[in-house]
Design a protein around this ligand. Structure first.
Ligand code: SME
Length: 150
């Protein structure tokens, strides 16, 4: 997808999500609709959230095939994004040390931390693609804006 087309899709998605989530206070409900909208807009392989709970990441609302339900702090792409408190763009998951293969179809991935009001990481948004190098700085920039709506 061309950069401009991608940016436009994200801008429209952001408008829709702002309207849909406005006034909603339930985090799970917001995550569920955000996962559905992102997934439907781009047709990714897997789109969903893991929530920080009891010192680990636990599977939250998602779209796509079955996934691992528990991820330890610092493990895989999700646990590393949580530990580093930064967005991780992985162009080839096989080259990421410790990548957790929930599905053998997944080839590239982006993980974006979600922050609580106190600034701590409360969850991560994880998106997987069955194609290599799907995600770049445009995805990172827009997805970081989207998760602020959570
Ligand atoms: N690949 C992820 C695990 C989650 S699933 O892909 C849905 C990781 O390494 O953290």
């Amino acid at each position: 997808m061309e950069q401009q087309e991608k940016a436009l899709k994200y801008q429209e998605l952001e408008k829709r999500l702002k309207a849909v989530l406005e006034g909603e206070t339930d985090v799970i409900a917001k995550m569920a609709n955000m996962a559905a909208e992102i997934h439907g807009t781009f047709g990714f392989w897997w789109t969903g959230f893991y929530r920080v709970s009891g010192g680990e990441l636990i599977l939250g609302p998602f779209q796509g095939p079955l996934a691992c339900m528990h991820i330890a702090y610092g493990r895989g792409v999700c646990g590393s994004a949580w530990k580093q408190d930064s967005t991780l763009v992985v162009p080839d998951v096989e080259l990421f040390p410790g990548h957790i293969a929930c599905s053998s179809e997944s080839r590239s991935e982006i993980v974006v931390p979600v922050h609580a009001a106190d600034g701590s990481v409360s969850a991560v948004l994880d998106i997987d693609s069955e194609k290599l190098a799907t995600f770049d700085s445009t995805d990172a920039e827009y997805l970081q804006r989207l998760v602020e709506l959570i």
